[in-house]
Design a protein around this ligand. Structure first.
Ligand code: AMP
Length: 508
């Protein structure tokens, strides 16, 4: 049986290939036929360059239809796709190229000189360009190729992609994802989220990451749906496109920003059937306000690069704010305490997962891979979580974010929730900073609400407000008031940057 993911996706393409696949900001449309022919030409080109199945194709390009086509072409040719964040600079690129040794590196023209230098060092045979408008030597090389390509047969454990993790602690690791991994997750999500004929996806996520490239594109393609394919999130564009869309996937910040527009409400969402959120925690406050304003209940799900999606709130049934729902069909989840035994309801433990969607391991890192799997084959996600009485899962943070103060464990989320609920607070991040007596001191970095009225927030005021509501050891010893938290492209708060910035402790 052919397990090539492209072949699976193509089973969902519309019978009439003239149907729209990608609708661009300037109104241009790529039909399914266009995508199929363009990916055939590019797959022919990959083969013509001499790349063999299993060879890597790295791409550090902006989100364009041509970039998506390059990914699909790589699937079809049996090569392994390596999408790279355009923000990466010399140091990161050098590591990726040396580590993954791709046969082809597609870069933006402005990075060409650096790409050539690093490619020579790493022994990368071919460098081609794709600019932000979808032109360049990549397209020039593909254009003369034939419009047809017989998608290569692949086994379910053959690699389809390597995605480097964001590497907020230590060296970025290349997660190896097989055709089988991606196909399993695509099928599961397509069904669980009840994709149906006529769905139109608003796609504003980046395509170098699991959320935008896999979760969003795979479900839409498998459904033969049109996508509004926008280069990035823009609240004004979203306001324009939502009335013509039925599904949106976003990181929490997108929903926060939409709510800032006073015109956003029921009318904007009149055709929508589903808003999905993930990649970072969605505040309960955002979840509640969104429901009040639009009548829609955001569906929050949880997953990671190393296996796509693991849990989801139900499509039918109660979507519970502050939780990430239930294990998805085909994914086994257990939450274990320090001794390796299953936690009780409400207790926090380490989340472990197993399933056909879970990755094959880290590229070139057999040791690291072994460390991250248990003897019985569960992947240790590094996330801490708990079950409630109805088996909804809540994420309580990363195990690396755990603060250990005076030998006691503190889960930042518990404190963040209390602080977030104080008047005048927009959001907060709790970290541990080195402290002579306690090892680590619980420290809160707090963002003031814009235009907050009433008493100004102060360090002492925040500490006083949470005292008495938390055990003393959990009460922040230090509080910093800031205008904004540092976030990466996926909306995750970069606690590592906060730790660097406030350590050693500056004068408040
Ligand atoms: P990435 O591999 O970049 O997708 O990051 C995955 C990490 O994001 C997970 O291990 C979680 O720590 C976090 N994450 C993803 N979805 C959620 C969510 N719904 N709530 C809280 N954290 C999340």
């Amino acid at each position: 049986m052919n397990h090539n993911l492209y072949s699976l996706l193509a089973t969902g393409f519309p019978a009439d290939l003239a149907a729209p696949c990608l609708i661009l900001p300037d109104g241009r449309v790529w039909t399914y036929g266009d995508v199929e022919r363009a990916s055939a030409r590019m797959a022919n080109m990959i083969v013509a360059l001499g790349l063999k199945p299993g060879d890597r194709v790295a791409a550090q390009v902006e989100k364009t239809p041509e970039a998506l086509v390059l990914y699909l072409a790589s699937l079809r040719a049996g090569t392994v796709f390596l999408p790279l964040n355009p923000a990466y600079q010399r140091h990161e690129l050098e590591h990726f190229l040396k580590d993954a040794t791709p046969g082809l590196f597609v870069c933006r023209p402005q990075m060409r000189a650096l790409a050539d230098e690093l490619a020579t060092q790493a022994g990368v045979a071919h460098v081609l360009e794709l600019d932000d408008a979808g032109h360049g030597s990549l397209i020039a090389a593909a254009t003369p190729q034939a419009d047809e390509f017989a998608t290569l047969e692949r086994g379910s454990r053959d690699l389809a992609a390597i995605l480097y993790t964001s590497g907020t602690t230590g060296r970025s690791k290349g997660a190896m994802l097989s055709h089988g991994n991606l196909a399993h997750n695509a099928r599961t999500l397509h069904e669980y989220w009840a994709f149906r004929p006529g769905d139109v996806l608003l796609h504003m996520l980046p395509t170098f990451h699991v959320h935008g490239l896999f979760v969003a594109c795979h479900t839409a393609l498998l459904n033969g749906s049109a996508m509004f394919f926008e280069p990035k999130f823009d609240a004004a564009r979203a306001m324009k496109l939502l009335p013509e869309s039925t599904v949106m996937m976003g990181v929490p910040t997108y929903y926060v920003r939409l709510l800032l527009d006073p015109g956003f409400g029921r009318e904007t969402c009149r055709n929508m059937r589903l808003f999905i959120s993930g990649s970072a925690p969605l505040l309960k406050e955002t979840f509640d306000e969104f429901r009040a304003r639009t009548g829609h209940t955001i569906l929050e799900r949880y997953g990671m690069t190393e296996g796509g999606m693991f849990t989801s709130n139900p499509y039918d049934g109660e979507r519970r704010g502050g939780t990430v729902g239930f294990p998805l069909p085909g994914t086994a989840i257990r939450i274990v305490g320090a001794g390796g035994t299953a936690v009780k309801t409400g207790e926090i433990g380490s989340i472990q997962v197993k399933g056909d969607n879970v990755f094959l391991g880290y590229w070139n890192m057999p040791e690291k891979t072994r460390e991250e799997f248990t003897a019985d084959g569960f992947f240790i996600t590094g996330d801490m979580g708990s079950w409630d009485a109805d088996f909804y899962i809540t994420i309580n943070g990363r195990s690396k974010d755990l603060v250990i103060t005076g030998g006691l464990n503190v889960y930042p989320k518990e404190i963040e929730e209390l602080i977030d609920a104080l008047p005048g607070v927009a959001e907060s991040a709790v970290i541990g900073l080195p402290h002579a007596d306690f090892g680590e001191a619980v420290t809160a970095v707090v963002v003031r609400q814009k235009n907050a009225s009433g008493k100004a927030l102060t360090e002492a005021g925040i500490i006083a407000a949470v005292k008495g509501r938390l055990a003393n050891f959990k009460v922040p010893k230090w509080v910093y008031l800031v205008d904004e938290l540092p976030r990466n492209a996926m909306g995750k708060v970069q606690k590592n940057l906060l730790r660097q910035e406030y350590s050693p402790r500056p004068k408040p």
